[in-house]
Ligand binder design. Structure first.
Ligand SMILES: CSC[C@H]1O[C@H](OP(=O)(O)O)[C@H](O)[C@@H]1O
Length: 337
């Protein structure tokens, strides 16, 4: 059963607030927060209240629009843009959205809000197109492995990797999903499982590290993940753990697909080694639901993303088309269109 489409970032025109579904609270509580300043939106991006490359771009766009609608002058709007663009470093969608909004600063609140709405609407349309182009790649009755959450919760709606899943199901392919829990924020166990279960799509949670064994047993047909930044050579930054899945998929001769809107492609970054990788506080690693799980005094690491070399990517599914290697050429060709 498919319910009301899930859209995690909305704008209330009547009350001039940005409404975000608090993804720290899912799946236990569905809590909507109302944000009225750029500072509040930046904080919500930083603490993963709203997360996912396209979703944080949409949130930042509305963070500038809400300031404009509440009377901010050009100086304040530029300060808001500067604050928001630095909220997280890896997902290029954030900088892309803020840069696009920056070109509207000075043109009036209605023009600015209309641009934010356009960014939101275009992203959901891109996700639906990605789904339509990606669905035919999924084998009949496949068990699809995904990592983190590249679903409606990570976008304006419908999702990228989960958009491919949704479109395959809508096309009548009775697939099911294995969702890596994706420590430490548990985007898979908490968010992907919640949104697919909500849509009646079969989903099974795996702990991180199980996928290799299931691949070895022939229980996984393909991998479909999202992306936070795709470099000009096709290298892909995505949630930490993605690279390991790409290596395993290659070892087991399984397709490894990346689904992302064109706003995630960054032709200004030549290769993956130039993508800034966010290092988050290690409190998230040594605690689980607020409970300490590691000895005090033992250090931890938390790079929030890794980079999968283009050579391990079977195809990049965008709304402009399905790209194949060599990606430097295929990305350049689509950019020129
Ligand atoms: C559709 S992009 C989703 C992308 O963003 C996630 O990171 P985070 O949850 O930290 O924002 C992850 O890398 C997903 O693939």
């Amino acid at each position: 059963m498919t319910r009301e489409p899930l859209r995690p970032v909305l704008y209330d025109d009547a009350r001039d607030v940005v409404r975000v579904l608090d993804q720290k609270r899912l799946p236990v509580d569905e809590v909507w927060l109302e944000l009225s300043t750029a500072e509040q939106v930046a904080a919500a991006i930083k603490d993963l209240t709203v997360r996912g490359a396209p979703a944080i771009g949409v949130a930042a766009a509305y963070g500038i629009a809400v300031e404009a609608r509440r009377g901010a002058d050009v100086a304040r709007l530029r300060a808001a843009a500067e604050l928001l663009v630095h909220a997280r470093p890896t997902a290029v969608n954030l900088a892309w959205a803020v840069r696009r909004m920056g070109r509207r600063i000075g043109l009036g609140a209605e023009v600015i809000l209309a641009e934010a709405h356009a960014i939101r609407d275009e992203d959901e349309a891109a996700c639906r197109r990605i789904g339509a182009l990606g669905a035919p790649l999924i084998p009949p009755r496949a068990h699809v492995l995904t990592h983190c959450n590249a679903g409606a919760l990570a976008t304006a709606g419908y999702g990228t990797a989960l958009g491919v899943v949704r479109a395959a199901v809508e096309a009548g392919n009775p697939i099911s999903v294995f969702a890596d829990e994706t420590r430490p924020f548990l985007q898979g166990a908490r968010l992907t499982a919640w949104e697919l279960h909500r849509d009646g799509i079969p989903v099974t949670i795996l702990t991180d590290g199980m996928a290799g064994w299931l691949m070895q047993r022939g229980e996984i047909a393909c991998v479909v993940v999202g992306a936070d930044r795709i470099a000009a050579n096709g290298d892909v930054a995505n949630k930490i753990g993605t690279y390991a899945l790409a290596v395993l998929a290659r070892h087991h001769h399984l397709p490894f697909y990346v689904a992302a809107p064109w706003s995630t492609v960054d032709l200004g970054t030549p290769a993956g080694d130039a993508i800034p990788i966010e290092e988050r506080g290690t409190e998230e690693v040594v605690t689980l639901a607020g409970q300490r799980i590691a000895p005090v005094g033992v250090p931890a690491r938390y790079p929030a993303f890794d980079v999968t070399p283009a050579a391990l990517v079977s195809a990049i599914i965008t709304e402009r088309g399905v790209l194949r290697a060599p990606y430097d050429a295929s990305l350049r060709t689509l950019a020129a269109e």
